[in-house]
Design a protein around this ligand. Structure first.
Ligand code: FAD
Ligand code: DLZ
Ligand code: SF4
Length: 515
């Protein structure tokens, strides 16, 4: 038998045939290794649907590689000799296959890269870790962009990315004369009975087998499995992309910040799962969106808004993650210590907004951006929850969550725990914002118009208490000058009522009472 040249390790979020670890792969000389391992499924207790989605997608991808002629060594979670972690599985494979070199594309999470860096010495086999070329901005380019810069504003990074990709550009100038059309987006919630239903894929035999495995092995994890409808092959993910481009993209911006109890998805793309796992290429998705504008089928505001999320925010948060890790996830600007309220695991709260978003999260392993930011994130921020606990929750419950993208969004954008690297002010808001952008308040047991007292929307007093509590850290922030001036203008009595109302609520929360 010819000796094995490369043992190519492909991780669960590297399911792209164009991935750098496969760039020079030769089925005659190389072996691909894929493994379902307990360490990855439990380092945080991922949502059941997330585990099922990743395992099913991995199994389908292994089939795709086999059809291309590759030898794939695939370890299932329930294989008797499964060694339980990436390192231990690679060790087992090296002993069996004796490759000349182990080849892997750099992982998306710092903890995995840190572990991999020891493999060469531990396994006594050369390990080649290749850059992940699926991202448009390399670590070096981001470091260069960030070097010496005090203002990390995403908008400036985004403009660079527009220039580099040529997306929506006319020479050096942005198409339409502006870089950003956000002012034309973001309308409040409006039901649209004609919005097409989202595509769901009934589980095939592979998914059914995986779902049964997950139900048995991960019973205590959050989430329902009976609603599983994820695309689990590249072809299915492309169907989701095509449906988004045709049916939802033209209205993308309009409802970007809206929330409706009867419609968890509105015009959102539902593509993050597939882009993050490697089924869809981010640049190709953006080119497809750009084509819709160029051929007159979608307005510039919608297409620019969508492209900005991908070549702007997505690339930017990855850059920040690798620039600031390993310390970043420990950031705690406000020194918050409260535990995450129990209702984050059950949705059992009288606050309709939180009950709805958490309920949808349990059902779909998905919530859209503004739900994550302004409902679950906003509440945790106002209540003073330890940002690390908030970070772990987000990493567990969303099927698109990997630390490189989740942590900057949670620690930075949502919890302001990095002290303002990502955002110039905290995304803190009273019930008024949620009331304006959603229909949740209409059926809530709390009254959004009441400011204090037992029946008042808890977000109202918590908002002022948050500003008051963190005055030393925030009152110098120019973007908060107006709310601080309003707080100062209030009578002592009014301020006392807000504080007492917030403290009463937090006391009930800490005592485990239903709130
Ligand atoms: P759309 O709203 O339709 O946006 C289109 C695409 O743009 C997304 O598919 C995604 O690829 C990209 N995108 C949009 N916003 C962001 C962003 N802020 N950061 C990175 N990419 C973005 N996104 C994740 O992929 N994984 C996470 O774990 C994650 N955690 C988040 C936690 C919080 C607190 C917040 C506020 C945001 C988080 N996001 C995360 C970003 C965003 O909410 C999701 O990307 C989006 O909801 C995915 O759904 P969609 O595909 O329907 O996105
Ligand atoms: C998230 C996840 C889970 C739940 N399980 C696996 C697994 O068993 N095998 C695997 O290769 N990848 C898994 N993943 C994705 C990894 O956690 C991800 O590749 C790393 O965190 C690096 O981003
Ligand atoms: Fe949420 Fe307050 Fe509205 Fe109730 S009234 S849904 S708690 S914002």
């Amino acid at each position: 038998m010819t000796p094995i040249r490369h043992l190519i390790l492909i991780l669960g979020d590297q399911l792209s045939t164009g991935i750098s670890s496969l760039a020079d792969a030769d089925p005659a000389q190389d072996v691909v290794l894929m493994c379902e391992v307990m360490a990855e499924a439990t380092y945080v207790r991922h949502h059941k649907q997330k585990i099922a989605f990743i395992f099913s997608a991995m199994r389908h991808f292994a089939e795709e590689l086999r059809e291309k002629g590759f030898r794939v060594r695939y370890t299932r979670l329930d294989d008797g000799d499964n060694a339980g972690s990436f390192g231990a599985e690679v060790l087992r494979a090296v002993a069996d296959v004796a490759p000349q070199t182990i080849v892997v594309t750099e992982p998306g999470e710092w903890r995995v890269l840190d572990d991999m860096k020891h493999w060469q010495a531990e396994l006594r086999c050369p390990v080649e870790i290749r850059p992940d070329s699926r991202f448009l901005c390399s670590h070096a380019t981001f470091r260069q962009w960030a070097a010496g810069r005090r203002d990390f504003t995403m908008e400036f990074f985004y403009r660079e990315m527009r220039r580099r990709t040529g997306l929506l550009m006319e020479g050096d100038a942005p198409i339409g004369g502006r870089w950003n059309f956000d002012s034309e987006n973001r309308n409040p919630a409006r039901p649209d009975l004609f919005r097409p239903q989202r595509k769901r894929f009934p589980p095939d035999a592979i998914s059914r087998e995986v779902i049964a495995l997950v139900a048995e092995r991960f019973e205590g994890h959050i989430g329902r499995l009976d609603r599983f409808g994820f695309a689990v092959t590249r072809a299915q993910a492309e169907e989701v992309q095509d449906a988004f481009i045709a049916d939802y993209l033209p209205h993308f911006g309009e409802t970007q910040d809206a929330m409706l109890a009867a419609d968890p998805f509105l015009n959102h793309a539902l593509l993050s799962f597939y882009i993050n796992i490697g089924f869809l290429d981010p640049l190709a998705v953006c080119r497809a969106a750009e084509r819709e504008y160029l051929e007159g089928r979608a307005p510039i505001a919608a297409v620019e808004g969508f492209i900005r999320q991908i070549i702007g925010w997505r690339e930017y948060v990855r850059g920040v993650y690798w620039l600031k890790m390993p310390g970043y996830v420990e950031s705690n600007f406000f020194g918050n210590t409260r535990g995450l309220p129990g209702f984050y695991w059950t949705g059992e709260t009288d606050m309709r907004c939180l009950a709805t978003v958490i309920g949808e999260t349990i059902e779909h392993a998905y919530a859209h951006h503004i739900q994550r930011l302004m409902v679950t994130g906003n509440f945790a921020l106002l209540a003073g929850v330890d940002p690390y606990a908030v970070h772990e929750w987000y990493l567990e419950v969303y099927a698109d969550a990997y630390e490189w993208v989740e942590a900057p969004n949670v620690i930075g954008m949502s919890q302001f725990a990095d002290g303002g690297l990502l955002g110039s002010k905290p995304y803190a808001a009273s019930g008024n914002y949620i009331s304006k952008m959603s229909d949740y308040c209409e059926t809530c047991r709390y009254d959004v118009r009441k400011k204090t007292g037992e029946d008042a929307c808890p977000f109202n007093a918590l908002y002022w208490d948050f500003l008051d509590r963190n005055g030393a850290a925030l009152s110098g922030n120019r973007r908060l000058a107006q709310p601080y001036a309003t707080w100062q203008r209030m009578s002592d009595q009014k301020r006392h009522e807000y504080r007492a109302s917030a403290q009463g609520f937090l006391k009930r929360l800490d005592a485990g009472e239903r709130v």
